[in-house]
Design a protein around this ligand. Structure first.
Ligand code: HEC
Length: 373
């Protein structure tokens, strides 16, 4: 009798539509122990590496619906378990819904859009870079970052090397789904390209040994894009962390983009943070270069202007570097490198890459204002 009742109850329930899984409850049950109730990466279970702060939106494997689903499905070795056999498809999708509510607002590009444009938010796209043009080195995987206003920066993603800036349209991508495959097609015109050889690693130790940069996360914060990367020495130790923010520069007559780089030491002590100012473009003229060492800080400016034959636009490359100095030392002689102290807050760098139709005084003043901001 008892058995019959149970069967009946089961068959009644089967006729009701299954209730939608509660993504928040599933998140609290399966994820919050590491990621925290609000997703801040501060749950009671301590693992190494630290659980991602989901509320930052800074993800390594992508923050789209598909990418988050893949992360939940397969986990991340060694610290995050896979949920493929723990949560069913509908449950996983409900958890993804909940994770998306923890993140800051971002733009999710859909497969339908192959020609991508940049609206009021920055856009970060990963993919294969086309191996053509002036760059005579393997480009491989890249990051293409569009900021509002029609400027696009290109980076190699393996070593976070800046490769160039484009003006105009953004990107045509046809490589959805398949990993690798078709390269991205940039739609803008090159404004400034690191050409010929691979640009030198911008960060070096005090012994002038290049530090390898490894991308840890990317994010979109409204009109700005953020790259986070670590600087590692030859033995693999992380010497410093870098946060680089890209945003549009619109200070008439200047238009272009700004890279704001902030370097934080890990306290290991072996690192003298150094930065190589961007090279002088061919046909460029250095308008200003000065380094001001003070007792505990170092400031460096460099402003370069270039005009291509037959064009009525100037290209401006300007950099301001500020940091904790190592003693009162000058820049390492003859290297163009700057000696920063080791410590927690190493340096801030602001790099402008911009054009101005109006040559001369007004643009020069705008460069100075923007550098001093
Ligand atoms: C045992 C701890 C643990 C649990 C449980 C856990 N995670 Fe994670 N999660 C991590 C760690 C650690 C990382 C970072 C891994 C790394 O950087 O290598 C991470 C990373 C992530 C990321 C970011 C991936 C990226 O692209 O950067 C997402 C999204 C995520 N977890 C979602 C979830 C969800 C959703 C759940 C529950 C279904 C969950 N995690 C359960 C530890 C955990």
């Amino acid at each position: 009798m008892r058995i019959a009742l149970l069967v009946l109850a089961g068959s009644l329930a089967a006729q009701e539509p299954a209730p939608a899984p509660d993504g928040k409850a599933l998140y609290l049950a399966h994820c919050a122990t590491c990621h925290g109730n609000e997703g801040r990466g501060d749950g009671p279970t301590r693992v190494d590496p630290r659980p991602r702060d989901l509320s930052s939106g800074l993800f390594v494997f992508g923050n789209t619906r598909d990418a988050i689903h893949k992360t939940i499905l397969g986990g991340i070795q060694p610290a995050m378990p896979a949920f493929e056999s723990v949560l069913g498809e509908a449950m996983r999708q409900a958890v993804v819904d909940h994770v998306l509510t923890l993140m800051p607002e971002t733009i999710e590009a859909s497969e339908a859009q192959s020609r991508m444009a940049v609206g009021s938010h920055a856009v970060v796209v990963r993919g294969h870079l086309p191996a053509t043009r002036e760059q005579r080195f393997a480009l491989g995987h890249g990051l293409v970052i569009g900021v509002p206003g029609g400027f696009t920066a290109e980076y190699r993603s393996d070593d976070v090397r800046y490769l160039g800036t484009y003006a105009g349209g953004f990107l045509d991508r046809t490589d959805w789904r398949g990993r690798g495959g078709t390269p991205l097609r940039l739609l803008g015109q090159p404004l400034h390209l690191e050409s010929g050889r691979l640009p030198a690693a911008p960060f070096r130790t005090g012994q002038n040994v290049p530090l390898a940069a490894r991308l840890t996360a990317t994010a979109v914060r409204g009109p700005a894009a953020v790259l986070e990367y670590e600087l590692r020495s030859e033995n693999g130790a992380t010497e410093a962390r870098v946060q680089e923010t890209l945003r549009a520069l619109d200070r008439p007559p200047l238009r272009g983009l700004v890279r704001e780089v902030r370097i934080t030491g890990t306290g290991g002590g072996g690192f003298a943070g150094l930065f190589l100012p961007p090279g002088t473009p061919q046909g460029g003229k250095v308008l200003e270069e000065r380094t001001v060492p003070e007792r505990e800080s170092l400031r460096h400016w460099r402003v370069v202007a270039q005009r291509h034959a037959g064009q009525d636009q100037d290209l401006w490359l300007a950099v301001r570097i500020e940091g904790a100095a190592r003693g009162a030392a000058d820049a390492f002689p003859g290297t163009g490198l700057l000696p920063f102290a080791t410590g927690s807050d190493l340096a801030r760098i602001r790099i402008l890459i911009a054009t101005s139709g109006d040559a001369g005084v007004a643009a020069r003043a705008a460069v100075a204002e923007e550098l001093e901001r």
